[in-house]
Write a protein that binds this ligand. Sequence first.
Ligand code: ACO
Length: 307
Amino acid sequence: MGVRIIGTGAFIPPKTVTNDDLAKTVDTSDEWISSRTGIHNRHIADNMTTSYMASKAGKMAVADCGIDVLDIDMIIVATSSPDYPFPSTAALVQREIGALRAACFDISVACTGFIYAYSIADAYIRAGIYKNVLIIGAEVMSQHLDWSDRSVCVLFGDGAGAAVISSDKSDTVGTVTIHSDGSQADVLRCNKDNIVMDGREVFTFAVRTVPQVIMEVLQNTGTDINDVTMFILHQANRRIIEAIAKKLKVDITRFPMNLSEYGNTSAASIPILLDELKKNGRIKAGDKTIISGFGAGLSWGAILVEW
Ligand code: ACO
């Protein structure tokens, strides 16, 4: 039994905050932010909730693949900014989209959340327990920001992305690899409501672990790096992605990015980019792509996805 992504969707809140807007309230500049991160803009949820945006993205992913919403067996929402401690955001999505047969829960793996959610869907499907799993990454990161802390508030944005993962006749195995290192938990954390991080440590961690986990997935699946059409990475920072590409000796043009427009949307960044690439025709049937995430935990992982 194999696994395939059969539909994607995304929701971006309309309100935007540019670097120049931020420079009016904190001591920063468009030049500083864009040269160090590649970010020019971010979208802010305002009074929209995580479950609202997650439901919009989820509904689009279900419509994209054309399955009956009642055929969804499970909904997993990866988020660090749930509406409530309980019920889960996934349960609120279930109510909103009418996926009444689904088992629902959230997971908290920060920016690696989409990869972990995929790994759970993958395991349930390969075990023959479920056929269709809706996974969503959705975040209102703006609620976790101290807007007077220029070292952090310039980096993040809000949004939601979703994918329907389904069983397939192919028999590829070993396509997902996930890792955690709790000894590094303090490097990047959310204290009460505010994100605090050691930016340099996060940078070094990402550039060390992401190439390793990508090579691990390629080895496990017997895939040649030259046969991978695109490397779809968590959209944290342009310089991180450039350093990873350099380490892998892969041309940067095979690393699509949209962080300039959205900033770092944590668990939502990968599915938002996936949806964009699918809708604009950059991902084609038969393509092999690597998807990789990294973030708090510390946590990191990668998936080989054949389209
Ligand atoms: N505007 C202007 N100056 C700033 C800003 C800002 N927004 N933020 C920090 N500075 C200042 C600092 O105060 C410091 O000033 P000082 O030299 O007078 O003390 C100076 O800029 C340099 O600060 P550094 O932290 O050394 O800057 P660095 O070149 O390391 O870049 C950055 C910081 C962009 C955060 C970098 O470390 C990075 O990219 N880290 C990765 C972190 C990341 O992407 N986190 C996202 C969340 S984690 C995730 O998604 C996995």
